[in-house]
Design a protein around this ligand. Sequence first.
Ligand code: ZN
Length: 266
Amino acid sequence: MIKINRGPEPSLLVQLRDLHLNRIRQLRREPISDEIYGYKVVGEFLWKAQHHKCCYCENKIRKAFNDVEHYRPKTTANRSPGCALKHGYWWLAYTWENLLFACPSCNRSYKNSDFPLATGSKSLCAETLPPDQEIPLIIDPASTINPVEHIHFVYENNYWWARPRNGSIIGNKSIEVYGLNDGDLRELRKDYYHTTLKPQIYSLNQAITLNNTDLLLFEFNRALAMLEPQNLYVGFSYDVLTSEINNIPQITSLLKKTWPTPSEIG
Ligand SMILES: [Zn+2]
């Protein structure tokens, strides 16, 4: 998971929001899921802004058959452990800042209606804008929080596992709620390591051994390019490259270039 920049709100959504929210308000009760529709028209905008990737697992996905996802769930919300209220955030169902694009595995199998709040946190009142006094325990990748500062990847027992970076509480909860250690996802990360990351690490480490500065610069730039947001698994790639490239401080000193910190990824 990396930071997402949605860009400006599509004007289409502005028009639809008034229309649909007025319709929902006239129900004079909590809407059910089938009554909240029309927001999917922004799917293509989100898909492109996210470089055709799922906002949580960073898999490349097609526009069709994938979901416009609500960070704050639109109907029912499970706010455990912080709050027992279950109502959804229907008034944010057409809010650009609440919309993301996700694969069904992340959205429907894992996150679903979960929206854990910190213990003692107050849930947002209907028709108010977030965050007010609400303290979510899961990371919104399109917020000012950089997921890479809160989640890192470590190799244990034959797989790369997502773990909270520096004991991050929101990192820990996000890994659980978004299913970042799902078995299929671990297999896919492992494949990417062997087919893409490992050869690049080998080439860069070879350039160090050969003491060839031109080659070293070329391979270093290729490694950096793997951290551009359009690539697969950027958060994962950052930790693999950082841990397996030999002596990054020496390389950066020689090339007069810096290796990014977690806060610079995304
Ligand atoms: Zn996903």
